[in-house]
Ligand binder design. Sequence first.
Ligand code: MRU
Length: 353
Amino acid sequence: MASPTTQVYPIVWHNDRVLLIDQTRLPNEYAVVEIKCCEDMARAIKTMIVRGAPAIGVAAAYGMYLGARETQTTDRDIFLNQLLEVAQLLRQTRPTAVNLFWAISRMLKTAHETLGSVEQLKASLLETAQAIQLEDLQTCQMIGDRGLEVLPANPAKLCLLTYCNTGALATAGYGTALGVVRSAWRTGRLARVYASETRPRLQGAKLTAWECVQDRIPVTLITDNMAAHCMKQGLIDAVVVGADRIAANGDTANKIGTYSLALVAKAHNVPFFVAAPLSTIDFELPNGSEIPIEERHPSEIYQIGETVICPPGIEFYNPAFDVTPAELITAIITEKGAMQPQELQQLQFKVSA
Ligand code: MRU
């Protein structure tokens, strides 16, 4: 996996192991980490070597296969029980992105539905992990193109504001919200993307800006507290963000700060779009109040790099995600097209039909 020119794949299955681009080191260093067992995959997800909801789903699917491969038994029932333990290990890595749980469930379903020997079960688990990865890549390309249908018609070339990283790195490739940006660029509809830096982990500055540079997409980096000012100045035509979990009513959990951005967009009459695959919709949750919100270590906010930026003796609160209420969302862009948040319920019946 050489340093990329334009096409970035954060997860590659190669020589019986998984290769991950280490996203904690970008943009200063392009490093690849080899994952040979499910414990390593769980650690990579937890420490954010791989991150972004769809990418976490793909990584977890391969983690399930690696865990399955490690089992020695030839007894189907013992194998299925051991696979449940692998699933449990992976489920405990990160709580908010539903794609993780969706991919694990799909892998368990494959194992239960495959007839034959344990070796045959293992082979179909690998096939399913690869299918999840390929489908996500195709899905992202569809999301990007369907997004073009709802972007404002004027001006002819748009300035889009995006948040966190929702690009190739956060998915199997291409991206969700950044996929819409990519499709807009490819079709001549993009003037520029504004990348909000995304405190505290700086995915906007470190990852989105890096991806735009790879693709030669014009990008302007702003700090998170500049969004309102930019909108007031008329610099932003629309906001496009990703999602980690969307409840059945359209309430959307995404990177902390997304909610503020949606409020600011509403105040300035700027359309606010969420771009995500159907695998990010959690139809079991009627609204966003029950979406589990990950809290991360305070060091993410009390220091920048190695430098501590605040006095001792204070408390910290570091939620990694927030929930944007559906009424602030102009449309949710999926691979099936863009829809109003309240239209998601109808989609549930189409998806399960
Ligand atoms: O904590 P992270 O970096 O995994 O959070 C990622 C985000 O919040 C993304 O915006 C979201 O997963 C959408 S990814 C296409």
